[in-house]
Ligand binder design. Structure first.
Ligand code: NAG
Ligand code: NAG
Ligand code: NAG
Ligand code: NAG
Ligand code: NAG
Ligand code: NAG
Ligand code: NAG
Ligand code: NAG
Length: 476
């Protein structure tokens, strides 16, 4: 359904649009100013590790916060957003209280995990679908790194640092049916991407994966050979010894939008610009490996997306209001056309990470009606479990677009992480993360009310997403 705005409405939107950008723009200048003034050295007893740190100066304007936070500077994706509760379906089949069976499963400790997993991807990935499998409790080979020792951990996902006591969530290894994932070896990976630039492009879930990748890699790099810098929408991790850059670029809708400011993107009304992607693309088009995602920002119930066609300067601006799903399709089309025109027949590796599910509604797995991921300590064992909130239709739309790109000389590979992540109701930070705003007494009294059941603790689930990337990248 498409609602064309009346001219008067259009003018109103025009003004608020401009006003919005003026505000954002001046704020950006303000922040850049702060940034430039406090280009502080991240002083873990070495001088080469440059960190332009906005956070220390303005704690409530942290660059990497969003979703559940209530700060006016942050994304307004609230905890109830993904709910699309329709009918009272029988939830009992998802009940995770078959403890005996679960305990049994958890006691399977894979001793051979290390060895079996050194298979070098290639042929195996053709005959084996990594996205189908199970979680195996493995406190011998997991986690793959220490959270507190990762120099570049982000506080929004540093669950052990923020007091999470049960750390079993770090001990699960993903076991595909019928084959093993290659074990992540940071030295092999760095050698493989020597002289290259890799960039993650997308939203905070993609950033979550980027932090995981940085932590997976940084432990093998000596001090003085690694830097991390923040510059606006771009965060960059560099390994000097290998001339490697692993970056994250904030672009939650892929196309240009009023959510593009990496800090102030909490807006009450979302506006995207159809077919405008250039100002983002110039930041990642030179990369050798590009990892895209986009999903969560299209999932705001009750909110419509305003799509701006044309430009005000050229006088052909048209603003359409559409359902979020249609907006997503326009973004996919804009993105894929841009790739087709600019990156056809290149040797770049491109990936699209499938949707990351949330665990906001305990009822879905048979917990109490008001339960969330808070206090969950075990994965869901029900095979094929899916949250009602996960929109597989959106991913099918992405699949179709990506499929249509192939004959045009653009190969984007889907990294299918959805099903494995669906099982991990225990893997979210809930309350064990840095809060960027002060919580109220009422919130403190009810931890469920401010639990983050969207992002993932690290070490944790996104490490597996990166094991997929590792396998794809090192096997060819
Ligand atoms: C690993 O597997 C190979 C063959 O699959 C075997 O020859 C080797 O002994 C195994 N190593 C260990 C440590 O189990
Ligand atoms: C690993 O888990 C098993 C079973 O839960 C337990 O008996 C063992 O002590 C654990 N080992 C370590 C090193 O934590
Ligand atoms: C380092 O990598 C960049 C690409 O990321 C490349 O353009 C540059 O030539 C490389 N420098 C050296 C010294 O290899
Ligand atoms: C900083 O980097 C330079 C080379 O880029 C190196 O010579 C020096 O030893 C490094 N310093 C530290 C403290 O790692
Ligand atoms: C930050 O990015 C802008 C362009 O987006 C660039 O002009 C500027 O040089 C960058 N600053 C640093 C310190 O890299
Ligand atoms: C493919 O890419 C080249 C530039 O690399 C461009 O000139 C050409 O128009 C593109 N082809 C299509 C069909 O867009
Ligand atoms: C991912 O895998 C699941 C099954 O594990 C499948 O249903 C889905 O279609 C796949 N593709 C995407 C893009 O999610
Ligand atoms: C948050 O609480 C601390 C003390 O607990 C106080 O110093 C600070 O001013 C508060 N910040 C805001 C934004 O209310």
């Amino acid at each position: 359904m498409t609602v064309h705005q009346a001219p008067l409405g259009l003018r109103a939107y025009f003004s608020s649009f401009i006003a919005f950008f003026l505000v954002v723009f001046s704020f950006s200048i303000f922040l850049n100013h702060i940034q430039n003034q406090v280009a502080t050295i991240d002083n873990k007893d070495n001088q080469n590790n440059t960190l332009v740190n906005i956070q220390e100066q303005s704690p409530n304007q942290a660059p990497f916060v969003d979703s559940q936070d209530q700060s006016p500077f942050l994304v307004d994706v609230d905890v109830t957003q993904l709910k699309n509760k329709n009918e009272n379906q029988d939830q009992t089949e998802f009940v995770d209280k078959d403890d005996e069976r679960n305990e049994l499963k958890e006691r399977v400790i894979s001793i051979g995990g290390d060895n079996g997993s050194i298979s070098h991807g290639g042929e195996e990935k053709d005959k084996c679908d990594w996205s189908v499998g199970r979680w195996v409790y493995d406190n011998v080979t997991r986690p793959l790194y220490s959270g507190p020792q990762c120099m570049f951990m982000h506080d929004e996902v540093a669950c052990d640092k923020y007091g999470r006591k049960d750390i079993r969530y770090q001990h699960w290894r993903w076991q595909p049916n019928g084959c093993d994932l290659p074990r992540f070896d940071a030295n092999i990976f760095l050698e493989k991407i020597r002289g290259k630039r890799m960039v993650f492009v997308g939203d905070s879930l993609n950033r979550n994966q980027w932090v995981s990748m940085v932590c997976l890699v940084e432990s093998v790099v000596p001090e003085g050979q690694k830097t991390r810098t923040f510059n606006g929408s771009l965060m960059s991790f560099k390994v000097l010894s290998h001339n490697v850059s692993i970056d994250f670029y904030w672009s939650p809708l892929l196309v240009e939008s009023n959510c593009d400011n990496p800090i102030i993107h909490r807006v009450s009304s979302r506006i995207m610009r159809a077919y405008k992607i250039e100002s983002h693309a110039k930041n990642w088009m030179d990369a050798d490996i590009i990892v895209f995602n986009s999903y969560l920002w299209w999932k705001k119930p009750g909110m419509k997306m305003k799509v701006l066609y044309g430009t005000f300067e050229d006088g052909d601006a048209v603003l359409e209001e559409v359902e979020m799903f249609e907006g997503f399709e326009v973004a996919l089309k804009s993105w894929s056309q841009w790739l087709e025109r600019n990156l056809n027949n290149t040797d770049k590796r491109m990936f699209f990470v499938s949707l990351s599910p949330t665990h906001v509604w305990g009822q879905e797995w048979g917990a109490a009606p008001d339960a969330t991921c808070y206090s969950e300590t075990k994965p869901i064992h029900k095979e094929g479990y899916r949250s009602d909130g996960s929109d597989y239709g959106m991913m099918h739309a992405a699949e179709r677009v990506i499929e249509n790109l192939k004959p045009k000389g653009v190969n984007v590979q889907i990294v299918n992480i959805t099903q494995l992540s669906e099982y991990r109701k225990d893997g979210h930070p809930s309350i064990y993360r840095r809060q960027y705003v002060n919580l109220t007494q009422a919130q403190l009294a009810n931890p469920k009310s401010y639990s983050d059941c969207t992002h993932w603790c690290l070490p944790g689930v996104p490490d597996v997403w990166n094991e997929f990337l590792y396998a794809y990248i090192t096997s060819s």
